[in-house]
Design a protein around this ligand. Structure first.
Ligand code: NAD
Length: 266
């Protein structure tokens, strides 16, 4: 079941799935309204006979919100409350109403979409980043309370994924600044997220719970000076990382295994 506040978007996805021979239902839901969440869960149970998997993925990302999510000294408390209602409370309440159905069936999986911005801070979007950090805590708590009853919960932390929302709200300059720090030299695609979620929901991921999985092309694993060091070396590996007796530098984006690769004495 695809549930979204935007009925046309939910329907488009459901139709795509139906065209691939899968059964899919689109429903309209505003996750800031608990009554609508109850109806969404009931619709899933009555259509499919039960509920095993939940992916909380909604977020307030419209320009009307992001353009007001700048300096902390200027933030509006009501707007922050609205961001939290969708980005955090919506996830909590969806889990609240899904869990009893999962328990009836002996367990289930709840995936929550956080963000690299929930793991690290940016200079902008403090409300968004704070909401995404809260999701990491919510995920740990769901996993801890219900793990022994067969429910796993995992958060994912995407880096920059080229969705229409990103194209519309993240300035091109910021997109390229983030890409300079990506170890996989391309923007993320929605499929990168979908494949990860499909795996985490599967039985093959049965031993993974409570954690946050980065899906960010390596954006968050290195020192902040990464891009500057590459620039200084014109895109090649810094000279001090070339192994003794091997003058060939390692080019980022290609696969190298250098036996005995040692930092040169400096
Ligand atoms: N695209 C990225 O680079 C990126 C990076 C990190 C995290 N994320 C996260 O991934 C998720 C999907 O983002 P996206 O880029 O596809 O953006 P998107 O705007 O296309 O997706 C968000 C969806 O949430 C829906 N939504 C908004 N308010 C809602 C409400 N009250 N009730 C129900 N649905 C509501 C929107 O209609 C939209 O379909 C979000 O949680 C976002 O924070 C995205």
């Amino acid at each position: 079941m695809i549930a979204d506040i935007n009925p046309a978007a939910a329907k488009t996805v459901a139709v795509e799935l139906q065209e691939r021979g899968l059964s899919a239902l689109a429903v309209t839901v505003d996750v800031s309204d608990e009554g609508q969440i109850v109806s969404m869960v009931e619709a899933a149970v009555s259509e499919f006979g039960g509920l095993d998997l939940l992916h909380n993925n909604a977020a307030l990302l419209g320009p009307e919100v992001i353009s007001r999510d700048l300096a902390i000294v200027d933030l509006d408390a009501e707007l922050f409350a609205q961001v939290l209602r969708v980005n955090v409370t919506g996830y909590l309440l969806s889990a609240k109403h899904a869990i009893p159905h999962m328990l009836e069936r002996g367990g289930g999986v709840i995936i929550n979409t956080s963000s690299a911005a929930g793991v690290l801070a940016e200079l902008i979007r403090p409300m968004y980043g704070t909401s995404k950090a809260a999701i990491i805590g919510l995920t740990r708590n769901i996993a801890t309370q219900y793990g022994r009853q067969g429910i796993r919960s995992v958060a994912i932390a995407p880096g920059i994924i080229l969705t229409p929302a990103v194209a519309a709200t993240v300035p091109a300059k910021m997109q390229s600044a983030l890409l300079r720090h990506s170890l996989v030299p391309r923007p993320g695609q929605p499929e990168d997220i979908a494949y990860t979620v499909a795996f985490l929901m599967s039985d093959e991921a049965a031993f993974i719970t409570g954690v946050t999985i980065p899906v960010d092309g390596g954006l968050t694993v290195h020192f902040p000076s990464y891009a500057e060091e590459l620039d200084a070396q014109s895109g090649t590996t810094p000279e001090f990382l070339v192994s003794a007796g091997d003058a060939s530098p390692i080019t980022p984006g290609t696969s190298h295994i250098h036996e005995g690769l040692q930092p040169k004495e400096m």
